[in-house]
Ligand binder design. Structure first.
Ligand code: ADP
Ligand code: ZN
Length: 626
């Protein structure tokens, strides 16, 4: 009782201090809960979207509690902004970063010695060395706040190796309560963050992920300059960010936009620091409306009136996408997020992921292969989101493990609900054909196989199960495989099909799927963007298909990826480089022909008898498992 009363009292004091220092009339519900934890000295993990008000969760209690709150944060510029803001609000705070000169550092330290500071910001690499840990007690550091906490997780999209230093701090001072904060955390990352930080029975507070003021659109990329100009025209003279994949693209696009009279500038890690800083400052000072940036830009940008965020290509994961689009509309006013994508983006990322893993593997980095699988999985999620036709708000919320009920008339703030996507005219019939094929295959096969049957591919497996004799065999052969595969994904997204869990996921019909099949329920399918893949475009341009890589359909491409994973495992087991097992060409052919036995395997180019005997069984099992 006494404790409850005193914490209530403390909360009142926090409210008063928040009003006095920041001028806020109240705390948001989740902030109140988080602050309650800090006041009670309990560990907490706070997951709130960008703009959700995370900082207040540790700043506000710091105002009333005794001792110093140590805030670990990844970016110096971010810390400097925060400290400057706090000082403005009359909160004694400082940052210890490598950017400080000797004198400034000494000044901060003597402020700490005299007990004059409430908040101390610190970059993770400063935590160790310099006798830092030993001095925490003298400085009366009483609790920790870990900002951007996902940076510690291996599963996160933005791992920062120096975040591992926090572990040392935790070991040295296990008594300090911790509040960890992040904007983007899937349930898996969330658990990992709690484990890595060694949180003790943490209260996990997850805020609503939906950003109702953002309108999401995803479109195939055409002439990107024109496309960006269209978006800019909708938000004349307002702030925006365009994300591009490569530095050269940033320079190029920014220059061309400038020619068209847009107050734009580039921002990327390849520029010299002063030029970069100047772009950032001019953007903050509203001398620039538009920044064309690689992902290096945005963290720590405190311009809350960004009206639009454009992605000029597919981001490499939904986490990035959500974080980058999250920089729009932080003031709560409507803002627009438009992504332009093409199939080439997917392949570009994939090549990059694989290449960097090869490099890591070559230099003996452990876990490099696991990283590839994770990165590819995140990329596939992103692709599914982009090509999907489910409400974007729903898709994003569900990615982060939250339910989102789409209102009957649609959310009103995404291209899907606003009916802006190109609709397949024969949606209902196409859907019925797919659903019926799932039923004909006795709901015992995965999307890859169903897709093969529908496109009339005479694979070994199709023949083995006599699926070439099904009435649905070749029923949709006029459509390219990736499109078919995407439609299946859309039906899963709509909830008409379900993918079972387990080692060999199969497609099954849901109750609503059965309704669609009977004609009792209508369904709309969208025509996804069909950008030619890089290999294909090259071959079209050069006029020769002969030496271009054989394009794999979605289904075959999936199998190809699985075979590569198997190859990696076997290579690791045997301590040889993967290409010595089988090369890509051989795996690709395997994925296309899908041999069912050793003789079939021997017919694949690049498979000799020794390998067929030695490696064959594992590969045949993998092929049979699709
Ligand atoms: P995050 O770190 O989660 O991205 P911030 O801490 O920067 O979010 O807060 C986002 C915005 O919300 C800031 O402009 C901040 O001043 C404002 N804000 C935070 N908490 C409150 C509150 N309780 N009442 C009013 N405004 C708030
Ligand atoms: Zn919607």
């Amino acid at each position: 009782m006494v404790e409850a009363a005193s914490s209530l009292d403390a909360l009142q004091r926090v409210r008063a201090a928040v009003k006095a220092h920041f001028g806020f009339d109240g705390l948001r519900p989740l902030q109140e809960e988080a602050i309650g934890c800090v006041l009670a000295g309990r560990d907490a993990l706070v997951v709130l979207p960008t703009g959700g008000g995370k900082s207040l969760c540790y700043q506000a209690p710091a105002l009333v509690l005794p001792g110093v709150t140590l805030v670990v944060s990844p970016l110096i510029s971010l810390m400097q902004d925060q400290v400057a803001g706090l000082l403005e609000d009359g909160v004694p705070a400082a940052a210890l970063t490598s950017a400080l000169d000797r004198d400034k550092k000494r000044r901060v330290e003597s402020q700490l010695e005299r007990g004059e500071l409430k908040l101390l910001y610190c970059s993770p690499e400063r935590l160790v060395g310099d006798g830092f840990l030993a001095r925490l007690e003298r400085w009366n550091v009483a609790r920790l706040a870990i900002d951007e906490a996902h940076c510690i997780s291996h599963w996160g999209h933005d791992v920062r190796p120096d975040y591992r230093m926090i572990g040392e701090l935790r070991r040295a001072r296990p008594d300090l309560p911790v509040i960890a904060l992040t904007a983007t955390a899937t349930p898996r990352v969330r658990e990992d963050v709690a484990a890595q930080l060694g949180l003790k029975e943490p209260t996990i507070l997850v805020g609503g992920f939906d950003r109702p003021n953002l309108c999401y659109r995803v479109k195939p990329r055409g002439d990107i300059l024109q496309q960006v100009l269209e978006v800019v025209a909708r938000h004349a003279d307002r702030a925006g960010i365009v994300y591009v994949q490569r530095r050269a693209d940033a320079d190029d696009l920014a220059a061309r936009l400038k020619e068209r009279g847009v107050r734009a500038a580039a921002y990327h890690a390849g520029m010299d620091p002063s030029a970069r800083e100047s772009t950032q400052e001019r953007f903050l000072a509203e001398e620039l409306d538009l920044v064309v940036a690689t992902v290096a830009f945005g963290m720590g940008i405190d311009r809350s009136d960004v009206r639009f965020v454009v992605h000029a290509s597919l981001p490499k994961g939904v986490e990035q996408y959500s974080q980058e689009t999250g920089r729009a509309g932080r003031d709560g006013d409507p803002a627009e997020c438009v992504m332009y994508y093409g199939g080439a983006d997917f392949h570009g990322w994939k090549n990059l992921i694989v290449a960097s893993a090869k490099e890591a593997l070559a230099s003996g980095v452990e876990g490099a292969m696991q990283d590839v699988d994770d990165a590819l999985e995140r990329l596939s999620d992103m692709w599914r989101f982009a090509t999907g036709a489910t409400c974007r708000h729903k898709g994003l919320c569900e990615h982060f493990g939250q339910a989102f009920a789409v209102p009957p008339g649609g959310c009103g703030a995404c291209d899907v609900c606003l009916s802006e996507l190109a609709v397949e005219p024969d949606s209902r019939i196409v859907a019925q054909k797919i659903l019926s094929c799932v039923v004909r295959c006795e709901q015992r096969f995965g999307a890859a196989h169903v897709c093969d049957v529908l496109r009339g591919a005479s694979t070994e497996r199709v023949r083995r199960y006599a699926h070439d004799r099904l009435s649905t065999f070749g029923l949709l052969k006029e459509h390219p495989a990736p499109k078919l595969r995407n439609w299946i994904d859309q039906l899963v997204g709509h909830g008409h099909l379900r993918v079972t869990e387990g080692e060999y996921p199969v497609l099954v019909l849901t109750r609503s799927g059965a309704e669609v099949l009977k004609g009792g329920l209508d369904v709309l399918l969208h025509a996804p963007a069909a950008a030619p893949s890089r290999a294909r475009r090259k071959s079209l341009e050069s006029g020769s298909v002969a030496d271009a890589e054989v394009e794999l359909s979605g289904a075959d491409a999936d199998l190809f990826e699985r075979l590569r994973a198997l190859r990696r495992d076997m290579a690791r087991e045997r301590g040889v480089p993967p290409y010595l097992i089988f090369n890509d060409k051989t795996l690709r052919e395997m994925a296309r022909l899908r041999p069912g036995d050793e003789a079939g395997l021997l017919a694949v180019k690049g498979v000799g008898e020794a390998k067929a005997r030695d490696l064959g069984p594992a590969f045949l099992a993998a092929i049979a498992g699709t």
